[in-house]
Design a protein around this ligand. Structure first.
Ligand code: F6R
Length: 607
């Protein structure tokens, strides 16, 4: 969702800000804008639509000045128009502001400010912040800023410039992402690392309730009471190439191809001398010792990774595992207490629903383990334990390596926990660890075995609807494959537990329907094949996904996608990869905007 960049340096801020916004495009947006401070005079340009529209304005009307702020807006309050786009200016023209998040008490504040005589130009909640700044400003920006944030309820990351302080940009963070980059003769802040990695690898992860003041050679951080806070400077592990396409047509394709490497990064540091060693494992083991159940909560693809985790943990650890959408958890009456371990899963670590579920579970006494990709994210900070997925930056909106690395971490965690709970013996443990270590190579083989997926996509891309069927882990993978297809190709697709089909949905199967049958769990193969026969009898075309040793499949299916043989428990990551490619090529045939599907945002920071 919305992206923020702030910059203070020696030269034209607008170039650094525009490039930063380009790198934040993937978060999803529908308008953009930049404001700069040129020797005490604020100037801004905004445009609805994509950044190219803003670029045209910038090309015709130069924004000069070494310090400024920029924004990509994903509309919540008010349509994506030029007027609603950020930055917003105070009535006296002294302040420009950009904002990510939602001000929950904005109506009440707006009423109060209107009574004071302030005029509102936009429909946004953001505009109340800039008028409050003007209202409280008596010559000290920090003081006005701190008074302003004390009035705000909700979540926000804010960037501000003030005409009285050329060369200084201000930022505040409260339950929305914001980091500070420490450069050489220039400093920045941004919603995430991708926007600043071209300038510096040195970053400060702001905490909620912190406020930053940056100039070209100084960064000072305060808490919301105005006390200076000493912060650690962290080094970002990856480099600028990771956030670029590297010769691929789309980020999504690049990220699919990166999966063997990403899975290796998730697994290798955690296997030492044949043993799984997790971060903070003594405390984690002690938190798991007396648990009666596990609750997994997440959204979208992360939920689907949790679905995989559920089956593996139940099978290996003999614990009851409940999986609940994070967006629903608070509205059910979940049995969550100190006897439950909660696992939340999130690539971005900023998903509002998942944060809310995490807080709910903690409030009920459960310890929370987070499986997260983005280092220093809100979820990573709020959880009791964190297992990072080390997938590197994921730019395509539709997750691929984010999902498979989450699955790989579940594989490790399930085997680790089974060992701690003594539900598996040493021999089984050793075999399972060997199987996990083979995953990167098997995933590469999953890619290599399927050069024909593109051709297959060309055969089926005009189908109106696609059904994915499978049982147990095959079903869990079907859920993810189906989501991938619909989000990037806009094709209607559904995933069903194969045995459920005949209880209603089979009514939809007709001549030419496309059914993708996931049949990689050897123990369930015969059962799934009986469902394949049912749909074939009603005229469906069947694409089967199975392992490469299975020769019988060619008589059952119209087309076949093969994956390498692997322990059925760990099949999910291998099985999903050719289906990600299938979705990718279908979307390409249909002429879709693959990296930025319509209506979607990369990190969903509103509930
Ligand atoms: C789908 C996708 C989404 C996310 C979901 C949760 O490709 O990316 O369904 O999985 O929005 O996001 P995170 O993992 O950032 O919490």
């Amino acid at each position: 969702m919305c992206g923020i960049v702030g910059f203070s340096g020696k030269e034209k801020a607008v170039d650094a800000i525009y490039t930063g916004l380009k790198h934040l495009e993937y978060r999803g947006y529908d308008s953009a804008g930049i404001a700069v401070n040129n020797n005490g005079s604020l100037r801004m340009l905004k445009a609805s639509g994509n950044l190219e529209n803003l670029k045209q304005k910038l090309d015709n009307d130069k924004l000069e000045g070494p310090c400024g702020i920029g924004h990509t807006r994903w509309a919540t309050h008010g349509a994506p128009t030029d007027v609603n786009a950020h930055p917003h200016l105070s009535s006296d023209g002294k302040f420009a502001i950009v904002h990510n998040g939602i001000i929950e008490n904005y109506l009440e504040l707006k009423e109060e400010l209107i009574k004071e005589g302030y005029k509102f130009l936009s429909e946004t909640d953001t505009e109340v912040i800039v008028h409050l700044l003007e209202h409280y400003y008596k010559g000290d920006v920090k003081e006005a800023f701190l008074k302003t944030v004390s009035r705000l309820e909700g979540s926000y990351a804010i960037g501000v410039i003030c005409s009285d302080n050329p060369g200084v940009a201000y930022a505040a963070k409260y339950f929305a992402p914001l980091i500070v980059g420490i450069g050489d003769g220039e400093n920045l802040f941004a919603s995430d690392v991708t926007a600043i990695i071209g300038h510096t690898k040195n970053v400060i992860y702001l905490e909620d309730g912190e406020f930053a003041e940056i100039s070209k050679d100084k960064v000072t951080i305060y808490d919301f009471k105005g006390n200076e806070v000493k912060k650690e400077i962290s080094k970002v592990e990856w480099d600028v190439e990771s956030a670029e396409k590297g010769g691929y047509e789309h980020f999504m394709l690049k990220e699919i191809m990166e999966q063997p490497k990403a899975i290796k990064s998730a697994i290798e540091p955690r296997i030492k001398n044949g043993r799984i060693v997790l971060e903070n494992e003594e405390e984690l083991a002690s938190a798991c010792k007396n648990i009666e159940r596990i609750v997994i909560s997440a959204c979208g693809s992360a939920f689907h990774a949790g679905y995989v985790g559920r089956y593996i943990i139940e099978e290996l650890c003999k614990k009851s595992v409940k999986i609940e959408y994070a967006s629903e958890l608070r509205y059910s009456s979940p049995v969550i207490n100190e006897k439950a371990l909660t696992i939340v899963v999130s690539q971005s670590g900023e998903t509002a629903d998942t944060i809310a579920a995490l807080k709910e579970c903690k409030a009920r006494g459960s310890k929370v383990l987070a499986i997260v990709n983005v280092v220093g994210s809100t979820i990573a900070k709020l959880a009791d334990f964190v297992l990072y997925t080390y997938a590197g930056p994921e730019i395509a909106v539709a997750t691929t390596k984010g999902y498979t690395t989450q699955v790989a971490v579940f594989d490790l965690f399930a085997v680790w926990l089974a060992d701690k709970l003594k539900t598996i013996d040493e021999k089984i443990y050793n075999n399972l660890v060997d199987d996990i270590m083979q995953l990167p190579e098997r995933i590469q083989r999953s890619i290599d075995l399927n050069p024909n997926v593109e051709k297959l996509a060309r055969k089926y891309y005009k189908n109106d609807v696609v059904f994915f069927i499978g049982r147990n882990l095959d079903y869990a993978v079907g859920l993810e494959a189906s989501l991938k297809l619909k989000e990037i190709s806009y094709l209607h697709s559904e995933a069903y537990a194969a045995g459920e089909l005949k209880h209603g949905t089979i009514a939809l199967i007709e001549d030419g329907s496309l059914v993708v049958a996931l049949a990689c769990r050897e123990d369930l193969y015969a059962k799934t094949m009986s469902n394949v026969k049912e749909v074939k009898a009603r005229g469906a075309n069947v694409v089967a996904v199975t392992d490469e040793d299975n020769k019988d499949i060619f008589t059952e299916a119209s087309d076949v996608i093969l994956i390498p043989k692997i322990n059925s428990l760990f099949v999910a990551a291998c099985e999903v990869v050719p289906l990600q490619l299938f979705s990718y090529y279908i979307a390409k045939e249909r002429g879709c905007d693959i990296d930025k599907p319509k209506n979607l945002a990369k990190s969903v920071t509103v509930e």
